[in-house]
Write a protein that binds this ligand. Structure first.
Ligand code: BGC
Length: 767
């Protein structure tokens, strides 16, 4: 396809019409110019290809296929290879099904555990989300299929999901809510971005110039296509002007006509329309050029992969020696999820499978005999008490009881937020009752986000299998019986209670407006700063084996922020089982003046080790690992100083620590005013010289010495108090106290601001 030639031959009407879909899932074709139509489908953790009537709610039929673990599970793998394997498998399947673009991954940050769509998102941490999503995207696109990272941006709740506004300050946006998208754009090279339904700071994402042009195209140099979320267009022409390309799904053409009108009456330059068409055609060309006509999909192999990935994502939350279970033991499996597990969330990502494998069936497949007790039903009914009693009896007669529990579909879903973190009461009662009767009680948890576990002290072990895809039962059985070893770590903090969460006071907002008042302090960034106890920290997860961390090496102890730092350490499997460890690297800014989290994740590597085996793990840190976002510079800024490099098994289990002195090479311009303080002035050479000179001028032969004596007599620490009062004094007060004239102050400010390069926006000023 020669896009420039085609652009010349298209009429304005044709161009406008190419800017919206043909139907629910296809772009438009223009046969006379050889422009084909591309099919897009939801993902992201499977292929939701609809052959009949389309919908974006997961209601109508889609093809029968494989459901993989959802994003919240995948993130717990802390393993780029897991995402890469999934991307490759889905890419191949898309090829076999003639799908050119897969609508995913979703990289919105888990601001609140209540967000109904958290199961579709990776983490509370932007670095982890971005790295994993980029790996998925690169692998998917290597198969010739376009990815579509979504929902750009600040789409972190379902309440008023299509019309609300997320109010987020500039620093928080850049440090928390944008970086995952940035990584998928820059490292994953995604070919498309889906804009969110919601508004950001009062401007709908589908017409937000700041997001779609200033950040995406200008800051990140994005060259791909921007598509709306399904039905997100508000004002089509404003959207085009802001940088939006394709509107989905296709409609009756009303919006296309508005585009043509706007071109004709001069409200929209034809070049702007051309730009959008160029971006759409580039996606169409890239998707079609790479189509493999002979691709086939082996769904049995895919199902095996799904089981394997589910295994790699599971997190062992507690284990008092009861796991793994010996195959000789008399075991009862309890609960509906043992037969019909919850394995995915509802909504647009819903995958149609023929049959989901439960742990009972999977245990039988491994040749293991277990008994079964119903224990509870998802839809609570009158026989709950009776089911509970039967389960307690069965648990007493067995040597180990495994309860398969968690959140039912109705508790979390696209389209609505959760009300609390509670599990169904009938399940909580069941777990307590069984644990009382049977000391070897294990709970296998299913769900897309964190839960409150009121019975945690009573049970011997907890294994979280998340929403693990339709083969989750196979993974559960293998993990329970030690055929596989859990190696996942939590990608989000589990708080003790919902009220501890930093977004609690401002979620989901009022009258469609949600203020992100907690700023950059979300997830572990908040809990660590506040030194709060949590149920399970970010990055936490146990194993059947143990790992030793040693030999931390930093390839330099001093560096400029333009250089890279290589960090390595040695990990050894010191236990009896083969296992894998997610080694995490956090950076702690020791003495910064900026308000920053205690530590932030800046590296992770997953290592698989046989018992006794040992391996060196490497990390590379660049400027971003040390920087915070400066609203004066509108850029990333490294404050010179000492940084601690912490390597550990979780955010609260740091095993090794080293130091590096980093010099920031970017100077932060400061604009001085009459309200700048003496203390601020003292930070610059020129300012310090001036203050010292002024103090000397003030010396009146013995008067100063007498004052110093008086200060001493005021008692212990008084000189410090006086100094601090002095440092906090605004420059204007020096005039008020008669140490300087107004004219001298004006001269001083002129001299101090001489180098200020004249960006006079408010954020650079000191009031
Ligand atoms: C969802 C998207 C999805 C689209 C198409 C929307 O409702 O927010 O994530 O890709 O529908 O089904």
């Amino acid at each position: 396809m020669d896009i420039e030639k085609i652009l010349k031959e298209l009429t304005t009407e044709e161009k406008a019409s190419l800017c919206s879909g043909h139907d629910f899932w296809h772009t438009k074709a223009v046969e006379r110019l050889g422009i084909p139509s591309v099919m897009m489908c939801d993902g992201p953790h499977g292929l939701r290809k609809q052959k009949g009537e389309g919908d974006h709610l997961g209601i109508n039929e889609s093809i029968e296929t494989v459901c993989y673990p959802s994003a919240s599970a995948l993130a717990s793998s802390f393993d780029r290879d897991v995402l890469s394997e999934l991307g490759t498998a889905l890419g191949k399947e898309c090829q076999a099904e003639q799908v050119g673009m897969l609508l995913g991954p979703g990289v919105n940050i888990k601001r609140s555990p209540l967000c109904g769509r958290n199961f579709e998102y990776f983490s509370e941490d932007p670095y982890l989300s971005g790295e994993l999503a980029a790996s998925y995207v690169s692998s998917l696109q290597k198969q010739g299929v376009s990815a579509c990272v979504k929902h750009f941006a600040a789409n972190n709740q379902e309440t008023r999901r299509m019309s609300g506004s997320s109010e987020v300050d500039e620093r928080t946006l850049h440090e928390i809510y944008l970086p995952a998208f940035e990584t998928v754009v820059k490292k994953g090279k995604t070919r498309s971005v889906m804009c969110a339904y919601n508004a950001l700071n009062g401007v709908f994402a589908s017409e937000n110039q700041f997001l779609l042009t200033d950040v995406l195209r200008e800051k990140w140099n994005y060259q791909g296509m921007v598509v709306t979320d399904w039905g997100a267009v508000k004002d089509r022409v404003k959207g085009l002007l802001a940088g939006l390309d394709l509107e989905m799904p296709g409609g009756p053409g009303v919006q296309d006509r508005k585009i043509v009108e706007a071109v004709k009456n001069g409200d929209l330059k034809e070049e702007v329309l051309d730009k959008a068409v160029r971006n759409i055609l580039t996606m169409v060309r890239d998707s079609m050029d790479n189509q493999k006509a002979d691709a086939v999909v082996d769904r049995e192999q895919c199902a095996d992969l799904s089981a394997l990935l589910a295994e790699k994502c599971a997190v062992l939350l507690k284990n008092q020696g009861v796991l793994p279970i010996s195959k000789e033991k008399k075991v009862v499996f309890i609960g509906e999820f043992a037969k019909t597990p919850r394995y995915q969330g509802a909504g647009s990502s819903h995958i149609h499978v023929a049959h989901a494998v439960g742990a009972c069936e999977a245990a039988a497949g491994l040749g293991i005999e277990v008994t079964f007790a119903q224990g509870y039903r998802i839809c609570e009914d009158d026989d709950t008490k009776q089911l509970r009693e039967e389960a307690v009896k069965a648990a007493r007669e067995a040597e180990t009881a495994v309860i398969f529990a968690g959140l039912p579909d109705s508790y979390e879903s696209e389209g609505g937020d959760r009300e609390n973190l509670a599990m169904p009461e009938n399940q909580n009662l069941l777990i307590s009752a069984v644990a009382e009767a049977q000391p070897n009680t294990v709970v296998v948890l299913h769900g897309g986000s964190c839960m409150e576990l009121p019975w945690i002290e009573q049970v011997a072990a907890v294994l979280c299998v998340h929403l693990g895809g339709h083969q989750v039962g196979r993974a559960s059985a293998r993990l329970l019986y030690g055929e596989a070893n859990p190696g996942g770590k939590l990608a989000e903090t589990w708080p003790l209670k919902l009220e501890d969460n930093p977004s609690y006071l401002n979620f989901p907002g009022e009258e469609g407006v949600v203020q992100y008042r907690e700023g950059i302090f979300i997830g572990y960034r908040y809990y660590d700063k506040k030194k709060m106890d949590v149920l399970f920290p970010f990055g936490y997860g146990l194993s059947y084996t143990d790992f030793r961390y040693e030999e931390l090496k930093l390839d330099k102890c001093r560096m400029e922020d333009t250089e890279e730092l290589t960090v390595s350490c040695r990990i050894t499997n010191t236990g009896r089982y083969p296992g894998s460890e997610a080694v995490q690297l956090y950076v702690r800014d020791a003495g910064c003046t900026a308000i920053r989290p205690v530590r932030e994740l800046k590296g992770f590597e997953k290592v698989a080790l046989e018992p006794g085996e040992s391996r060196e793990v490497f990390f590379t840190l660049d400027k971003r690992a040390f920087a915070s976002y400066d609203i004066g510079l509108h850029d990333w800024y490294v404050e010179s100083g000492t940084f601690f490099i912490e390597v550990g098994a979780s955010s609260r289990d740091i095993r090794l620590s080293g130091e590096v002195k980093v010099t920031g090479t970017l100077e932060k311009p400061v604009y001085y005013t009459k309200q700048s303080t003496v203390g601020e002035l003292m930070k610059t050479d020129r300012g310090r010289a001036f203050i010292e000179q002024m103090m000397n001028r003030g010396q009146d032969g013995g008067g100063e010495a007498a004052k110093a004596e008086n200060v001493k007599n005021m008692g212990e620490g008084s000189d410090k108090i006086v100094e601090s009062m002095m440092m906090e004094m605004p420059l204007q007060s020096i005039v008020t106290f008669g140490r300087m004239t107004e004219g001298q102050l004006d001269d001083l400010l002129r001299m101090l601001n001489a180098d200020f390069k004249g960006r006079d926006d408010e954020t650079n000023r000191k009031v």
